[in-house]
Design a protein. Structure first.
Length: 341
């Protein structure tokens, strides 16, 4: 009909749309390559910039911290994308449900029961396994209880979880008041993410726990695309939403628990910043692109931010404090943007 009338606008528009869709994956692939280059550059700058002293000491010392940052950034970034996928909301992160408060509460209870001396005397491997197991189990138990109370509605689960997170923080403050003031400094010192005191024994343990989970998340990338369409659409396409969401929640709990047990609780808004940047750099809903994009973006943010704080500004302020400030502003901006829309 278009040929008879001489109107070729529709066929051209259709051909242009098909051409854009065909060109989109290579363009996304190039952006992932650029992100990988940015991670490599940020890592190289962190390793060599401002180095003074024997390279035999500097390279292993900085390499250990760099490995911890890359591992933690990848775990928390992927966990945030998974959480936002099953909740259908880009301004939510697992930390909003109180995972950081859960870690501090476990730590405060251990210090209260064993004392600061007994807590420090615990083997690092045992403490890591204890923190990871308790956070994973309690996190999963929390999700099971909340899901039953929410009657299958994910948004009600999230809202209930936020309220429970506030309760956890209040309970943590109560336990901290029971601790001897002389021992309170032990809890305070590990209440923020610390990369200067990473135990080299814990790095391979954390990698052994998290790398298989990250691989499972990658294997689920196509199922995640379906789950992101909503429960009704996912069910019509043959993907049981409750089963998929349960598997994803297990992956989230393990990733967040292991990363937190390694370096301590990161800023609650770290995942929000990374996910917002990942969606901006790679604007797609395909998790085959989004998962590596988020992991690479998180590495750039964490390594680059730590480099600026340590090497350029010479500040001893934990990077979590800076991320909290920037993330709070970004959260308000995204919230107001969604409200106007």
């Amino acid at each position: 009909m278009a040929e008879l009338t001489g109107n070729t606008t529709a066929p051209r528009a259709k051909a242009g749309a098909e051409g854009a869709r065909a060109a989109r994956p290579p363009a996304m692939g190039r952006r992932l390559i650029w992100l990988a280059v940015a991670v490599a550059l940020a890592s190289a700058v962190y390793m060599v910039y401002g180095a003074k002293g024997a390279w035999g000491f500097i390279l292993p010392f900085r390499g250990q911290k760099l490995a911890a940052m890359l591992l933690v950034a990848s775990c928390l970034s992927v966990a945030t994308i998974l959480f936002q996928t099953i909740t259908g909301n880009r301004i939510l992160t697992p930390s909003l449900l109180g995972f950081d408060a859960l870690y501090v509460m476990i730590l405060a209870l251990l210090v209260h029961l064993f004392g600061a001396t007994g807590y420090i005397a615990l083997p690092t491997g045992l403490l890591f396994a204890l923190n990871t197991a308790m956070m994973s189990l309690l996190g999963l138990g929390l999700f099971v209880v909340l899901r039953r109370g929410a009657r299958g509605e994910m948004m009600r689960l999230v809202l209930t979880g936020i309220i429970f997170g506030v309760f956890l923080r209040s309970a943590t403050e109560f336990v901290q008041r029971l601790i001897d003031p002389a021992e309170f400094s032990v809890v305070t010192s590990v209440s923020y993410a610390r990369f200067n005191t990473v135990d080299p024994v814990l790095l391979p343990l954390t990698a052994a726990v998290t790398l298989p989970v990250l691989w499972l998340a990658w294997r689920m990338r196509h199922r995640l695309d379906v789950l992101g369409l909503g429960d009704t659409v996912a069910l019509s396409l043959g993907e049981p939403p409750r089963r998929g969401q349960s598997i994803v929640l297990v992956l989230i709990c393990v990733l967040v628990a292991a990363a937190t047990a390694l370096v301590g609780p990161m800023a609650a808004f770290f995942g929000l910043i990374v996910s917002a940047l990942a969606h901006t750099v790679t604007p797609t809903e395909r998790h085959a692109i989004l998962l590596p994009s988020a992991a690479l973006t998180g590495c750039v943010v964490l390594v680059g931010g730590q480099t600026v704080l340590e090497r350029v500004l010479a500040l001893t302020t934990p990077i979590a404090v800076v991320i909290e400030a920037l993330g709070g502003a970004l959260f308000l901006a995204l919230l107001l943007k969604r409200k106007r829309a």
